[in-house]
Design a binder for this molecule. Structure first.
Ligand code: PLP
Length: 302
């Protein structure tokens, strides 16, 4: 084995080592990004908000007219078995449904046999815990996020060319990652994360043109529980540039401070108090029985 992380996949109806899970080059999931997916994480042996991820996965598939060949409970059991067989305590668990291949090679997507697969690999971070104090250096791209009227951003998708080109813009500016604007000068999201701006103790995040991230939801709920005012609405880039604090949210790392924007420090250039408290609350919430389920027992909790 070379170049593969440890892990386990469920592929073509059976469990296998991650390196043995291989997709046909003819699959439209690969050739046309014609697919949807979701990623839930496992932390200390517990799925975090599995029901929310399953809700989003099944809703995304329905919107795209993709048929998941398993019940919701069966998908939950498959994910749990992938984690169990991987032996991982902290895992990144992905479920995917692609359009698949048409047996007659017709161009009609209705003829394709949809393909479901899932896998568990080690938990991955956009920003590692030891890098949190330094925070993310973010650039605002010129590249706009693909319009919501073209690709529904609430359907988790692999239309990432705008995000990847944005990343290259960020690297050219010496930043580590990027956020993309929409066509009206509002911020949308970045490669794998939602974005929040804090100003005078109030917290705002874009309502539209973005994936409704499960970490975004958790942040909004935890902030409300802490008595902090939150607003989901358009967030103009000017407001982002004037923010006291900025943070990003993702399954791949949780709540992540943004400490510089286009080379200028955000606030004093260190994670701010709202962000710090939210990071602490987010990791404590991983033990909540209403938000997490043991891998050994992925029964519904929410
Ligand atoms: N936005 C995009 C484009 C994403 O791909 C992701 C996650 O991969 C997110 C936001 C964050 O979503 P979540 O918090 O559910 O991981």
């Amino acid at each position: 084995m070379t170049g593969y992380p440890p892990g386990c996949a469920f592929f073509d109806g059976r469990f296998c080592a991650i390196e043995d899970a291989r997709i046909s080059v003819l699959d439209w999931g690969f050739l046309r990004s014609d697919a949807t997916y979701d990623v839930v994480h496992v932390w200390k042996g517990r799925f975090f908000r599995l029901d929310r991820h399953l809700d989003r996965f099944f809703a995304s598939a329905e919107t795209l007219k993709l048929a998941i060949p398993h019940s919701r409970d069966a998908v939950a059991a498959i994910l749990a078995e992938c984690v169990r067989r991987s032996g991982l305590e902290d895992a990144y668990v992905e479920m995917v449904i692609t359009r698949g291949v048409s047996p007659t090679f017709s161009r009609d997507p209705r003829d394709a046999v949809n393909r479901f697969f899932a896998f568990a690999i080690p938990f991955g971070w956009i920003l590692r815990p030891q890098e949190r104090e330094a925070g993310l250096a973010v650039a605002v791209a010129r590249t706009q996020r693909i319009g919501a009227a073209s690709v529904d951003p609430t359907v988790k998708n692999y239309h990432w060319l705008d995000l990847v080109m944005g990343l290259y813009e960020a690297y050219d500016k010496g930043a580590g990652t990027v956020v993309l604007p929409d066509d009206a000068g509002n911020v949308t999201e970045g490669p794998g994360f939602n974005i929040f701006a804090v100003r005078d103790g109030r917290v705002a995040t874009p309502a539209a043109g973005v994936l409704h991230g499960i970490t975004r939801l958790s942040a909004l709920e935890l902030l409300a529980e802490a008595g902090i005012a939150t607003e989901t609405r358009a967030v103009p880039l000017d407001e982002l540039r004037a923010a006291d604090e900025i943070f990003a949210t993702s399954t791949a790392g949780g709540i992540m401070p943004v400490t510089s924007l286009d080379g200028s420090p955000v606030g004093d250039g260190r994670p701010g108090p709202v962000t710090r408290d939210l990071i602490a609350a987010y990791w404590v919430a991983h033990a909540r029985p209403d938000w997490s389920t043991a891998v050994a027992d992925p029964a519904a909790t929410e």
